[in-house]
Ligand binder design. Structure first.
Ligand SMILES: *[C@@H]1O[C@H](CO)[C@@H](O)[C@H](O)[C@H]1NC(C)=O
Ligand SMILES: *[C@@H]1O[C@H](CO)[C@@H](O)[C@H](O)[C@H]1NC(C)=O
Ligand SMILES: *[C@@H]1O[C@H](CO)[C@@H](O)[C@H](O)[C@H]1NC(C)=O
Ligand SMILES: *[C@@H]1O[C@H](CO)[C@@H](O)[C@H](O)[C@H]1NC(C)=O
Length: 348
């Protein structure tokens, strides 16, 4: 691949929207993932995905290389940062990248089928410092990476193909200088401004968690309390158990599942607390999430197994009491009415 074409490819990779900083937020990550599957010397299938955090921004259709924007605002943001009209040139860039891979295979006597992946992007920390990255892998193993500070490519494995690719990429000083600028400055600044302008509603979306508590009894002497929390977005969440109002410290009996994705780009997880049945303590599952602000979601668990007869007795007693009070009131009210009536007659 010619250096100017490589540059175009990289420019394309980092062209689209970036991110902005929220002082309370986790680091923001924008990344562009490009995968090329090379079945043989005359075949290549390329797909590409742009993500901000976990939100897909655009995909490249492998069949016809058309770009599909996942959001109307993503197209607007891309148009705004596409000052160099790169979008009209990306197909040339891809063709040259494919040729570069085929040439490298010939030169190094590597084998097909082969998968080559590019991962480029930027991490923006809450303190507004940023870190740009660009990694290339070959058949699933890191091959070369661009070191932004050093303005040069470094091999990530000891192999002939890594040496050949690295040498060829480092030969172009003007490209590495420009890459340093693009990765360290441009991607994290122009792009995040465009995103802030057009995509805020999507990227700052918050969905409230819904939590339920239920039990599971693996053996007679063990009861597992399960707090299932689902439907929340973004991903960071805190789920804790309170025993008689005090947070149960993290220990091996307190387990949380990994956070799993739902189909609607929300997340779920479960937190499990092992306890002895009927231990006399009260338990509450407490959920904290940015969508709840400073409030917590508190889901108490009541030990129904110990108390059904007591509950029924209480309900019956309450019913009896209500009926008695109601009956007495009715009787008294009637008496008063009768008395009033009698008085009335008397006055007349
Ligand atoms: C190359 O791979 C493609 C896709 O798997 C296949 O359709 C084609 O026949 C192959 N060509 C050769 C020359 O093997
Ligand atoms: C590309 O192919 C997809 C289906 O694979 C189709 O929906 C889309 O319209 C095509 N785009 C162009 C520009 O032909
Ligand atoms: C900003 O935050 C990152 C990650 O927490 C840290 O590595 C970096 O040193 C910080 N930079 C400054 C200037 O505070
Ligand atoms: C928690 O996880 C550990 C390791 O996966 C397992 O040994 C333990 O039994 C789990 N505890 C509960 C309460 O599920």
């Amino acid at each position: 691949m010619q250096p100017s074409h490589l540059l175009l490819l990289l420019f394309l990779l980092i062209l689209l929207p970036g991110m902005w900083a929220d002082p309370e937020a986790q680091p923001q990550v924008i990344q562009y993932l490009l995968t090329g599957l090379f079945a043989n010397i005359s075949s290549a299938e390329v797909s590409c995905l742009g993500l901000v955090g976990d939100i897909p921004i655009f995909t490249l259709d492998p069949a016809n290389w058309s770009i599909h924007f996942h959001w109307p605002w993503a197209r607007q943001a891309a148009a705004e940062v596409d000052g160099e009209k790169m979008l009209s040139q990306y197909k040339i860039v891809l063709r040259n990248m494919i040729q570069f891979v085929h040439d490298t295979v010939q030169q190094t006597k590597e084998h097909y089928p082969l998968v080559v992946q590019f991962r480029a992007g930027c991490v923006l920390y809450p303190n507004m410092t940023s870190w740009g990255f660009l990694n290339v892998s070959w058949d699933g193993r890191d091959l070369v990476a661009f070191e932004v500070d050093k303005e040069r490519w470094e091999t990530q494995q000891t192999s002939q193909v890594a040496e050949v690719v690295n040498k060829s990429l480092n030969r172009q000083k003007s490209v590495t200088v420009l890459l340093e600028y693009l990765l360290s400055t441009w991607i994290c600044h122009s792009n995040f401004r465009a995103l802030e302008k057009y995509g805020r509603a999507t990227l700052e979306r918050q969905e409230r968690p819904v939590a339920t508590v239920f039990t599971h009894t693996p053996s007679l002497d063990q009861l597992l309390l399960v707090c299932h929390v689902t439907g929340f977005y973004p991903r960071p969440i805190s789920v804790a158990w309170l025993q008689d109002g005090h947070e149960v410290p993290l220990d091996p009996v307190l387990n949380s599942s990994t956070i799993l994705p739902n189909a609607d780009l929300t997340y779920q997880l479960r937190s499990i607390l092992a306890m002895a049945p009927r231990d006399g303590h009260s338990y509450v599952c407490r959920v904290r999430h940015c969508s709840l602000g400073t409030h917590s979601l508190l889901i108490p668990w009541e030990d129904h197994s110990a108390a059904p007869t007591i509950s029924i007795t209480i309900v019956v007693l309450l019913l009896v009491a209500t009926a008695s009070v109601g009956g007495f009131w009715w009787w008294k009210h009637r008496k008063v009415n009768e008395a009033t009536l009698e008085m009335h007659e008397f006055i007349i």
